[in-house]
Design a protein around this ligand. Sequence first.
Ligand SMILES: [Zn+2]
Length: 247
Amino acid sequence: MKYMFLSLLPVFLFASQTTAQEPTLKTASLGADITEEWYFPAWLGNAPYAPIFEVRDTENKYGRYAKQTKTITIKDLIKYHGHFCGGLVESAASLRVAFDLLFPDKIIDRTDLRIVSNNSACGGDVAAYLTGSRARFGSHVIDNSLTESEFYVQQVSTGRTMHVKLNPAVYPKEVKTQMKKIESGVFEPKDIDLFQELQWAYAKRMVNSPLRDSFIIEEVKGYKWPEASCKDLGKRKDNDYKNTPWI
Ligand SMILES: [Zn+2]
């Protein structure tokens, strides 16, 4: 009986919504941290097309939608992921292009997204951080047939799904050659430095031209969501109260 009451509570709260007024949403771009650090070069913060994200979340475990957005920069992504790499910038740029179509108001609702990515440490981290999706809740699916910055990203409430991937013509041959050399196990220490140099030069080119030109994107109608990558460990519940009326 107690369980039944609790499970009906959100319904009751929504049903009582008659005069509720949601506060005006304030955006927070001015709070973006792009100051240079040893791990974050100045040019990456200042580049004209360096992706930046306004995200919206909830206020608390049983919270409503927050009244303000948060700003996520490449610097924040680096803090989470651990390093600045080509895959991180490429994946952030890829998702920026997808979000531009999914969220015309530019505010990314992290309570309303799920994503499919490959298992790249770099692209997978960007996918989880920017969308709020998590493999353990089934909202982040791993599909290794995708390339590193290729994603299917879906707005759950509408079912709208974008498929975005790098235009292969953009990827520099020399990065791939150097990557293969290192992964073969036959390399000199200087090859590691050269790889970083090449990746950073690639990232620099990317954030200095319109991102849309580097990616291929299409809306996929009727996309069949793949099976979860993790066993069912339970569903996320901390966003379930986001539409509770304001009093
Ligand atoms: Zn990385």
